[in-house]
Design a protein around this ligand. Structure first.
Ligand code: GLU
Length: 447
């Protein structure tokens, strides 16, 4: 690491007006990755100068989302609403130097306005897009930029430029929807005689339909991922690949590996496409690798919310359940849904499975035979079960799945579950017999 790298300082500067969005989280992540890769500092700044739209709840939710993702910061959070004196001081300086002036609005009061130099080019360096140049006459309102609003609060552009400068920010990494703001901020640094940072404007995230990712696409907020049962680690991994690639085909990477491999040169300058199927796939890859105990710890709040009675289940059985289902579930919600049969006394039958496998000719006879067989088994182990079910299959001249599917539906309410022997063992002898009897009743009643 060079000396220069040690001085890298970046910031994430959310406006607390709602939940942290996917785009916001990706911006936070790229700042975090850049800071950690270069052993620099990450600063968190809450841009709460919009007095109407900013709320303390939104701030809390943004912080919670960052923490959930594992994006920690070194300094802050700093709140712009508590730094008004600083902005006032600089506004006064620009007023004193004749670079800014008051503008009277009879209805609202006095604002401070800055005049951008006429007829010049404002150029700044962008690590992703190269040099970007603007004509000063096309910036702001005919070359004017409001610094302080009549309510005594700074505008975004003013507070942002002052803070980036005061906080010693070396690299401003943000969404490229801010490109048009940058020349105003650069003009302010220049007017104040402050060094201009480097910029990295990261490209937009688009939904599958090619339009900017928004609420309408349904994957707009970080907390939605959490609530749907995505793991923080897989969301971290997934977001890192929205606009960045490690340079080979690697997709599954731990946070440490991503930090190690992250460079701004590999950030794309074209929009990234949000692929929900990929996130789901990725989450399953992470779930699969989890230790049963760790998986259970994460699934527990989901199980509790679903009302599952966890206390009555022995630890060993819970671990077995996690082991069997981690392969199959794509999210913790799916895991919860798929394991409901194990926790709830009443089965929630999937109607299609009932029609297809329980109401099929011969199912009742198969289930009766299985019930009797189970009753005769003193010890329910996989070997005995397998021997018994294979014999039954042969005896009835059927295929194995014709025997397994009605049992599966009777025990779990659905036609998807782990291996049938494991499923029977998991449900246990008594409960399996009761459920098979219930299924037989269901078949008889429907005829
Ligand atoms: N508060 C701005 C936003 O949330 C920050 C933009 C910036 O990073 O400068 O869009």
């Amino acid at each position: 690491m060079t000396k220069e790298n040690k001085k890298i300082r970046v910031r994430f500067a959310p406006s607390p007006t709602g939940f942290l969005t996917t785009g916001g989280a990706r911006t936070a992540l790229f700042n975090y990755l850049f800071a950690r890769h270069h052993n620099g500092k990450m600063i968190l700044r809450i841009e709460d100068t919009d007095r109407v739209r900013s709320t303390p709840e939104a701030t809390r939710m943004v912080l919670d989302s960052l923490k959930w993702l594992g994006l920690d910061w070194d300094e802050g959070p700093f709140y712009q609403s508590r730094r008004l004196d600083i902005y006032k001081k600089y506004a006064q300086k620009l007023l004193d130097e004749g670079k800014a002036f008051y503008e009277e609005d009879p209805a609202k009061g006095k604002a401070v306005v800055f005049r951008i130099k006429e007829n010049t080019k404002i150029v700044f360096k962008d690590l992703i897009h190269g040099n970007i140049s603007f004509d000063s006459d096309n910036i702001g309102r005919d070359g004017y930029v409001v610094l302080m609003k009549s309510d005594g609060f700074p505008t975004y552009n003013f507070a942002c430029a002052i803070d980036d400068s005061e906080m010693g920010i070396t690299h401003v990494i943000r969404g490229d929807d801010h490109i048009s703001n940058t020349p105003k901020q650069v003009a302010l640094y220049e007017a104040l005689g402050k060094p201009v940072p480097l910029f990295a404007h990261i490209p937009l995230i688009l939904g599958q339909d090619g339009s900017k990712l928004s609420k309408r696409h349904g994957h707009n907020y970080v907390m939605e991922y959490k609530d749907q049962g995505f793991l923080a680690e897989s969301v971290f991994n997934f977001l890192s690949l929205l606009g960045w690639a490690p340079g080979d085909d690697t997709e599954l990477m731990s946070p440490d590996e991503i930090v190690r491999r992250f460079t701004m040169e590999r950030v794309s300058h074209t929009p990234a496409k949000f692929d929900f199927a990929k996130l789901t796939w990725m989450n399953n890859q992470y779930l699969k690798k989890m230790e049963p105990a760790d998986l259970f710890a994460l699934a527990k709040p989901f199980f509790e919310k679903a009302g599952y009675d966890l206390k009555s289940v022995p630890e060993k059985e819970l671990m077995k359940l996690m082991e069997l289902y981690r392969e199959r579930a794509k999210t913790l919600s799916e895991l919860t849904e798929a394991t409901g049969f194990f926790f709830t006394p009443e089965l929630n039958y999937d109607q299609k499975s009932v029609e297809k496998f329980l109401k099929k000719d011969g199912s009742k006879e198969i289930l009766s035979a299985v019930r009797d067989g189970l009753k005769n088994m003193s010890d329910l182990n996989q070997e005995t079960l397998e021997g018994f079910l294979r014999d039954l299959t042969k005896q009835k001249n059927l295929k194995f799945k014709d025997v397994a599917q009605p049992i599966r539906v009777a025990l779990t309410g659905t036609c998807v579950s782990p291996g049938i022997f494991e499923t029977i063992e998991l449900v246990g002898k008594e409960k399996a017999i009761t459920r098979i009897e219930e299924a037989i009743k269901l078949i008889s009643n429907s005829k």
